[in-house]
Design a protein around this ligand. Sequence first.
Ligand SMILES: [Zn+2]
Length: 239
Amino acid sequence: MVKLLYQTNSYLNEFPATVVAVDPEQNAVALDCSAFYPGGGGQPNDTGVLVVDREDLAVIRARRDGEHLWHVLDSSATLPESGQPVIGRINWPRRYALMRTHTALHILCGVVWRDYGAQVTGGNMDPLEGRMDFEFATLRADLVGEIEAKCNAEIAASRDVRVKILPRAEAFQIPDLIRTKINLLPEGIQEVRTVEIVGLDLQADGGTHVANTREVGRIRVTDYKSKGAINKRIYIAIE
Ligand SMILES: [Zn+2]
């Protein structure tokens, strides 16, 4: 099973690894460990390079498949062989932008739940922009402005963001996690990774986050729209 380095250190952007499998059909390489985020939970996968014999091979996509994390190489790259040592290096400006964006979306979730009691129903992100859907009956411009100001107050409060990996039974005892539908996790998953914005938000989450809310910068609500009677979408940009 591949060791997922980003799960415990989201700031790791370069790492040594060994090729454990290759897939010529996809032009992809699986490593024994990786800091590449394979995508999921609304956060896109990382891109970057694998350095093999001092040559940079572009990683255009990363993807999780069972025990492997596949690094799909640019079609011009020659595949390394199983057993070969490599250095992985992720596209850090892109990843760091996604970390800031992901934490910003959790701040938004936390504020909307704490102050308006509205649950999240979905979300998605690109570097420095994202959207979230909430169970909101009405959403007006003044309310949206208020939400934006409250999110930026949480950034200014410099709240720490803590990641933990808990045994399933322990995670299932935490009321905040039950609210976020942790009970939908498949039976086979024995450990639950949690991301806590201390004093604001706690979720089961597999993504990469900044260590403190102040790193997010500034959140601007760029748009909002109705997606149904009780479903409202909020769009944000990170500055
Ligand atoms: Zn998340």
